[in-house]
Design a protein around this ligand. Structure first.
Ligand code: PGA
Length: 259
């Protein structure tokens, strides 16, 4: 089962995950990081910024989970722009080594296959950062997504468009389509690290971790993966039936066992 770590706040969560990423950067010759956008991973990127001084990141590759289709890559809310602003620039990564799915309409027919090939050519993702949507999505895999899916076009639900409207002038500006790594793609990463904060995520987290494995809750796919770490604040963990067991397990974790 997933290791569930319940922490005091977002910055403790960010520090925990950033420490593991620094360990990967220092120990793996060509580390590959799976990047997420949205509010959730920001504490990880902030903590990384504080820790990367003196570490060689010139060889660090990154693959973002998703992108809007038809959005101008220069738009401030394209995920290409978000990843540049929040990850590439502050962490000093080589932009050539950080990929975001290509949402251009002209090449969309083969953009998914191109992306899968690029991930495979890089040797696969070592650690995939994940947020979770209020409807249980990971990446932009909305309810009903196949657990075997690869990078492809999806239609965003109205719920997701409403959730993301805060980044745009109005909900009408939120694109209707996206290109996202599939659940199958995500499950091929060697270590999944899912973070969630706040009461609004509590139902989705409980359904994903303790409910049935179901395409209706795409994040429940993590139950099929052998190495998953879930980092939550108290509010996001508040609907978990086994919360006390997770706390007990983490408090008694052997020192030799990494994240
Ligand atoms: P959030 O989004 O991190 O902005 O809450 C998570 C998601 O939709 O996957």
């Amino acid at each position: 089962m997933a290791e569930v770590v319940i922490v005091e706040n977002r910055s403790v969560a960010g520090a925990l995950v950033a420490d593991e990423i620094v360990r990967l950067i220092d120990t793996i010759p060509e580390p590959v990081l799976g990047l997420a956008t949205g509010s959730t991973p920001l504490p990880v990127y902030e903590a990384l910024r504080e820790r990367l001084d003196g570490h060689d990141v010139s060889h660090l590759r990154g693959f973002a989970l998703d992108e809007y289709v038809g959005i101008d890559p220069a738009h401030p809310e394209s995920y290409r722009s978000v990843i540049t602003r929040e990850v590439i620039e502050p962490l000093g990564l080589d932009p050539e080594l950080v990929r975001v799915p290509n949402g251009a309409v002209e090449t969309i027919e083969h953009a998914g296959d191109d992306y899968e090939k690029a991930i495979a050519d890089a040797g696969g993702v070592d650690l995939q950062i994940l947020g979770i949507g209020t409807d249980g999505h990971i990446g932009f895999n909305e309810p009903g997504s196949s657990f075997a899916s690869s990078t492809r076009i999806k239609t965003l639900t109205q719920q997701t468009r409403e959730d993301n409207a805060r980044f745009f002038d109005s909900i009408h500006d939120v694109p209707q389509h996206c290109i996202t790594q599939g659940l199958g793609t995500i499950l091929r990463a060697r270590h999944l690290v899912l973070l969630a904060f706040g009461e609004g995520k509590a139902d989705a987290v409980a359904a994903a971790l303790e409910g049935p494995v179901s395409a209706m809750v795409p994040a429940s796919a993590v139950q099929l993966h052998a190495h998953v770490t879930v980092v939550l604040d108290e509010a996001a963990a508040s609907k978990l039936r086994l919360a006390d067991y997770y706390r007990y397990t983490y408090a008694n974790k052997p020192a030799w066992q990494g994240l």
